[in-house]
Design a protein around this ligand. Structure first.
Ligand code: Q9C
Ligand code: ZN
Length: 657
């Protein structure tokens, strides 16, 4: 099963006739396609046929006027009349092609999602314009006419019996329209199993950022059955970058997404928070979009639909979008060229505020420490009265008469723009890595014992077992050094060995990677069960440790190679699926160079399910989801995680929650 792509060449026709420099311009579309072409991505995808949305599909979420008003403009050749009509709305222009192209954008998004749900493609991307997430029930807004993502989500709910959809909106602007459409989903199935979870990270600047709505702030968490299922992460400062965004992923989005356990994920993928974008003034590097994408690919059985929204710096837009598609295709996640640091104070405040308002609804947020809760309680109280008048939010608010204005965006300064451009060139050159010949190498003394997995093993590159004499046990060390050679030489991306996986032996192989093969940073993760450990530990505990300790440390460390010692079957109450998820998430690091070592002595007696899921995860197959992620953490785990963080605080940029 492959990756799908949908677009229509006509989508370059929609343009602003009276302002050719308008941000939402045809080159946005053509530059993305061109970059995908250059990287030879399009030829690897299944091309879906674009189609117009039907009236029935549109009327599920929009009023009839939304169709007729735009339909009337198809025949309007008078530029002035078009300009006059456009000026009635908040930031948009209409072109005679707009009606048809908006229908195509919405219909193509539905097509993408239904092909994923029908199992024709594994995941995919809609490279479309006009964008959609500001198009409200009965008002065009912010370059958007029909809400592509919301319409496709509604289609999945109504026609495909999908129960849980996660919408991730990483466009820099709040998708207020999407929020409104699912704010209070009445079609609730069972309590606490609401159907659409909307998660948006957006610029806010305490209201000074467009669209200047109170409803974009973090305390708008949904209504009725939808309480807790609308999540806003407002950014109150400019220049937020990879560290801030990845912290939001690790501390909020991923834990909540794993607990929600969606059956489908749709991304409102704007690239206007990227470095160089004059609208966003944020600093996400293009490669970071690969990390966003890969981190979501372990969920929902891999069913991920990425839908283009904004993005107005052509270079970062086209690179970010192309890297997203490349990640969907299964290519390695490019390393972030500078290791992550601590999120800014302002981002930490936002994260803490979001945790505070949502903590009643999500088990994964139960770890907030008392001191931070008290602190944030006060902050939240002040905040509610500080800027906006206190009125109960009822699903959609009108803009306040006045809001703080901000200075002109510095990116418009030609010197700044030139500097950013040069910076982007460097980043792009640095992340455009070759893809290894083989995805997974497999090495074992005897493969006979593994016949039950032969189909999976056949998809791996089988390495010969060598006799390199290092370490205490020449033979098994040979196995590990051969595996490491294959990864360091770039022949295989990742690998699996059946060997002596005692810490001593694995550490010898790490020494080999550093001393003999010149790697600088290697990371060893011991995931074997400790026989002396009494504590039972489930998926929720493992994931919490992963998101709060392991991934932040790993992203700060920036390993060139990760070596994992694993058990054939997971220990305690940890599910096999969860083990697969962990392995998948590790592949974001180190350009996917992950080596997993299983103990050879225990073959053939135990079942090989750990090995099996690990091969699947490294091959990029969809990983089944675990039902056990909704549990509350054990008190012991919570305390253990907390004390590890406390002990390690002097050495790593932990977020102190
Ligand atoms: N100075 C999308 O990205 N710009 N729409 C406001 C105020 C309007 C954004 C600028 C931004 C609309 C899809
Ligand atoms: Zn945007």
């Amino acid at each position: 099963m492959t990756t799908g792509v949908v677009y229509d060449q006509r989508m370059a026709e929609h343009k602003c006739l009276w302002d050719l420099k308008y941000n939402e311009k045809p080159e946005r579309f053509t530059s993305v396609l061109k970059r995908c072409e250059e990287l030879k991505l399009l030829q690897r995808c299944l091309h879906l046929k674009p189609r117009e949305a039907t009236e029935e599909e549109l009327l599920k979420l929009h009023t009839p006027d939304m169709i007729s008003i735009l339909k009337n403009t198809e025949s309007m050749s008078d530029e002035e009349a078009l300009e006059k009509l456009s000026s009635k709305y908040d930031f948009l222009y209409i072109h005679p092609s707009t009606f048809q192209l908006s229908l195509l954008a919405a219909g193509s998004t539905v097509e993408l999602v239904s092909n994923i749900l029908d199992g024709k493609i594994k995941n995919g991307m809609a490279i479309i314009r006009p964008p959609g997430h500001h198009a409200m029930k009965s008002e065009y807004c912010g370059y958007c006419f029909y809400n592509n993502v919301a319409i496709a989500a509604q289609h999945a709910l109504d026609n495909r019996d999908i129960k849980r959809i996660l919408i991730v909106d990483w466009d820099i602007h709040h998708g207020q329209a999407t929020q409104q459409m699912f704010y209070d989903d009445p079609s609730e199935i069972t309590p606490f199993m609401h159907r659409v979870l909307y998660f948006s990270i957006h610029g806010y600047q305490n209201g000074a950022f467009w669209p200047h709505l109170r409803e974009s702030d973090y305390h708008n968490i949904g209504r009725g059955a939808g309480l807790g299922y609308n999540i806003n992460v407002p950014m109150n400062e400019v220049k937020m970058g990879n560290s801030d965004y990845m912290a939001i992923f690790h501390q909020l989005l991923l834990p909540i997404a794993y607990e929600f356990n969606p059956e489908l994920i749709i991304v409102s993928a704007g690239y206007d928070a990227a470095l160089g974008c004059p609208e966003g003034e944020m600093e996400i590097t293009p490669a970071c979009y690969s990390h966003f994408t890969n981190s979501l690919m372990g969920l929902a059985n891999g069913r991920l639909a990425v839908v283009l929204e904004g993005g107005y710096c052509l270079k970062s837009l086209s690179e970010g979008a192309a890297l997203t598609l490349r990640t969907l295709l299964g290519d390695p996640t490019p390393p972030l060229l500078s290791n992550l640091g601590a999120p800014s104070k302002s981002a930490q405040n936002t994260i803490l505020s979001v945790m505070y308002v949502l903590r009643r609804y999500w088990n994964c947020l139960q770890h907030l420490e008392v001191f931070s809760v008290e602190e944030i309680k006060d902050a939240t109280k002040i905040r509610e009265n500080q800027f906006w008048p206190h009125i109960e939010f009822s699903g959609s608010d009108k803009k306040p008469e006045t809001y703080p204005t901000r200075d002109i965006c510095p990116v418009q300064d030609p010197d700044v723009a030139a500097e950013l451009d040069a910076q982007l060139d460097l980043l792009i050159a640095g992340t455009c890595l070759d893809v290894q010949q083989y995805r997974v190498a497999f090495i074992a003394n005897s493969t006979e014992l593994l016949v039950s997995l032969s189909e999976l093993i056949q998809r791996c590159h089988i390495l010969p077992t060598g006799q390199t004499e290092i370490g205490t046990d020449g033979k098994t060390s040979g196995i590990l050094t051969n595996l490491i050679d294959s990864l360091v030489d770039g022949t295989s991306r990742s690998g699996i060995a059946i060997a002596d996986n005692s810490s001593e032996n694995v550490i010898d192989s790490l020494k080999y990677a550093i001393d003999d093969r010149g790697l600088q940073n290697v990371m060893f993760i011991d995931m074997r069960a400790r026989p002396d450990c009494q504590q039972s530990c489930g998926d929720a505990d493992i994931l919490s440790a992963l998101f709060r300790i392991l991934l932040p440390v790993a992203y700060e460390f920036g390993p060139q190679l990760i070596v994992v010692a694993a058990d054939h079957s997971p220990s305690g109450d940890v599910s096999i699926e969860c083990f697969g998820q962990v392995v998948h998430l590790l592949t974001s690091l180190s350009g996917g160079r992950v080596a997993v070592i299983f103990e050879h002595e225990k073959i053939p007696n135990p079942s090989l399910i750990g090995l099996q899921i690990c091969v699947q995860a490294l091959l990029g197959d969809p990983i089944p989801s675990s039902n056990e992620t909704r549990r509350l953490l054990n008190v012991e785990s919570m305390l253990a995680i907390r004390s590890v963080i406390r002990t390690q605080i002097p050495f790593w940029n932990f977020v102190k929650f």
